[in-house]
Design a protein around this ligand. Sequence first.
Ligand code: FDA
Length: 308
Amino acid sequence: MLRRILLGMSRSHQIKKAVSSLPVSSGIVARFVAGETAPEAVLATEKLVSNGLNVTLDHLGEDVTDLAAATATADAYLELLKQLSDAGLTKNAEVSVKPSAVGQALPGDGEKIALEHARTICLAARNAGTTVTLDMEDHTTTDSTLGILRELRQDFPETGAVLQAYLRRTESDCVDLAYAGSRVRLCKGAYKEPESVAFQDKRAVDKAYVRAMKVLMNGAGYPMIASHDPRLIAIAASLADRAGRRPGSYEYQMLFGIRPEEQLRLASHGHTVRVYIPYGEDWYGYLVRRLAERPANLQFFARSLISK
Ligand code: FDA
């Protein structure tokens, strides 16, 4: 119930206006967001990479409603890739892009505009020696995002996909995407979705996650297990083992600021671990989704607001 209220808040413009006046350096925001600028994001990347971790960076922002903002987001990724390259980090750091941040939701040609922006970012990433993963947003965008992915993969087969275990369609999408060379991030899913398209119960989502993992681990692609859930991480290891996969033929992914000790522990056992680093000024929607996952964090959030 609380999760649904919080996820509803993530789309409220009034609450967003009030909360966004918090400085990014305030406790709860700084825990989940690496900063507002590319240099801050590069600094956070340097720290994680020096500890044996890999990174994927997300320039925060979503649902842009004008072309200028979509173009500005694409430009921000080009600048970020340049800075990562200058810092010698592109062997260990890639970028994650939300289609809605580069124009998908624009009326008329939105999908085409997002594809062109994504293509430009993929080309810059390839020239810098790294890759792009397309984030997945709410279910109304799934077909469109998978369509953009298919187009991108014709020229950039290294582009990563994201599938959300809570969606009823995902097991079948995993079958379609479990082919050689296909990088697929599997997450539980972070949006408020109707029962008609998504499992609502936590146990049902976890079971769906395991079914999807089985398909990916037994397939020919490169599974990216994006979860902090200790049970699912243990199951991933045994499924990988049974499928004859060695560390390096799949990876674990976690969010910046969540279970950092576990990130290091997995890396110290020879696993590839990638941390998703969000940065930028538009951190509100991202932060509220993290609070919805763990209402215990609300207490820290309330304290940040009071001490503002
Ligand atoms: P779950 O939420 O059940 O948490 C399991 C355990 O992890 C908790 O018991 C707690 O110990 C810890 N934990 C989890 N969240 C925490 C928090 N906020 N604070 C503190 N501890 C916490 N979603 C999406 O819809 N589209 C996308 O493109 C992506 N991309 C993405 C990339 C990466 C790298 C990750 C890790 C996640 C995503 N997600 C996502 C988010 C994902 O769908 C999901 O919402 C979160 O990962 C939380 O789900 P868990 O699997 O961690 O399980």
